[in-house]
Write a protein that binds this ligand. Structure first.
Ligand SMILES: Nc1ncnc2c1ncn2[C@@H]1O[C@H](COP(=O)(O)OP(=O)(O)O)[C@@H](O)[C@H]1O
Ligand SMILES: [Mg+2]
Length: 249
C-alpha cells in the first residue's frame, strides 16, 4: 500500500433486502485522517452503508477495501477484519450490568489479550480522553445519554481502530447533550482520526467534514467539501433535501 492510497475504498457496493435495492452501487474513497459526513433523508441508506463497511451485513456486489485489503472477500475472517474498525450507534449499546470502565476494558482484554490490570489502565486513559474519568465506576443507567455516548466512543477507541464509523450518534440525545458529544468527535477529528459519520447536524458537518456525501435512494448523489455540497449543490435532489431540512422537518 502506498501513502496516497485511500485508507478505505468502497467500490460498486450493492446491497438489497429481499427484492429491494438499498445501496445501488456506492463508490466512496476515504483518505487517512479524512472526516466524511453522510447526509440524506431517513431511509436513504446511510446506516446500511456504515453497517456494510463494518461487515455487519452481507453485501450483494462490490468491494470494501481497507488498508489495501479486500475485507469483503468471503475468505476473509470478518471478526478479525472488524477489529480495525470502531463503530458507534445511535442507541447506546453499553452493557447495562457493567460499569463504564468495564464496558471499555472489555475490548482491549478480548482483542489484545492484555492482562486485567493493563486493560484497566488503558481503559482509564480512554475514559480520561473522552472526559469521563470521574465516572469510571458508574453504571450506564446513572449516566446521561451524552455521557453514555462518550463511553461508547471510548469503547470503540479501545480497539485502536484505523477507521471510526459513527451512525447518528447524537440523534437520540436531548438537545442540550448533543454539543458535548460533537465536541468530542471534533477533537478526535483534530487529532487525526479517520471518520465516516452519518448525521443531521449540518453545522457540525460544515465545521468538521472534509467531505460531505449526500445520499438518496442508495446512491451518493453528490459529494465534495461542505461549502460545495451544503451551500451550492449542483444536483436538484441535494437542493431539495437541504431546503426541506432548513425549513424545519
Ligand atoms: N434489516 C433490514 N431489512 C429490510 N430492510 C431494511 C433493513 N435495514 C434497512 N432496511 C431498509 O433499507 C433502507 C435504508 O435504510 P437505512 O440504511 O437505515 O437508511 P438511513 O440510515 O439513511 O435512514 C430503508 O428503506 C430501510 O427500510
Ligand atoms: Mg440510519
Amino acid at each position: 500500500m502506498t501513502g496516497v492510497e485511500p485508507l478505505l475504498q468502497v467500490r460498486g457496493l450493492v446491497k438489497a433486502y429481499h427484492d429491494r435495492t438499498v445501496l445501488a452501487g456506492v463508490d466512496l474513497d476515504v483518505a487517512e485522517h479524512e472526516v466524511v459526513v453522510l447526509i440524506g433523508a431517513s431511509g436513504s441508506g446511510k446506516s446500511t452503508l456504515l453497517r456494510c463497511i463494518d461487515l455487519l451485513e452481507e453485501i450483494d456486489d462490490g468491494q470494501i477495501i481497507l488498508g489495501g485489503r479486500d475485507i469483503s472477500d468471503p475468505r476473509v475472517d470478518a471478526e478479525q477484519a472488524r477489529q480495525a474498525i470502531g463503530m458507534v450507534f445511535q442507541s447506546f449499546n453499553l452493557f447495562p450490568h457493567m460499569t463504564a470502565l468495564s464496558n471499555v476494558a472489555l475490548a482491549p482484554r478480548v482483542v489484545h489479550g492484555r492482562s486485567r490490570t493493563e486493560a484497566e489502565q488503558r481503559s482509564r486513559d480512554l475514559l480520561e480522553r473522552v472526559g469521563m474519568a470521574s465516572h469510571a465506576d458508574s453504571y450506564p443507567d446513572k449516566l446521561s445519554g451524552g455521557q453514555q455516548q462518550r463511553v461508547a466512543i471510548a469503547r470503540a477507541l479501545a480497539y485502536e481502530p484505523k477507521l471510526l464509523l459513527l451512525d447518528e450518534i447524537t440523534s437520540a440525545l436531548d438537545p442540550e447533550l448533543v454539543g458535548e458529544v460533537l465536541t468530542l468527535v471534533g477533537e478526535l477529528a483534530g487529532s487525526g482520526a479517520t471518520i465516516v459519520m452519518a448525521t443531521h447536524e449540518m453545522a457540525f458537518a460544515r465545521d468538521v467534514a472534509d467531505t460531505v456525501c449526500f445520499l438518496s435512494d442508495g446512491q451518493i448523489v453528490e459529494s465534495g467539501s461542505a461549502a460545495y455540497v451544503l451551500d451550492s449543490p449542483r444536483q436538484e435532489r441535494t437542493q431539495r433535501f437541504l431546503q426541506r431540512f432548513t425549513s424545519g422537518r
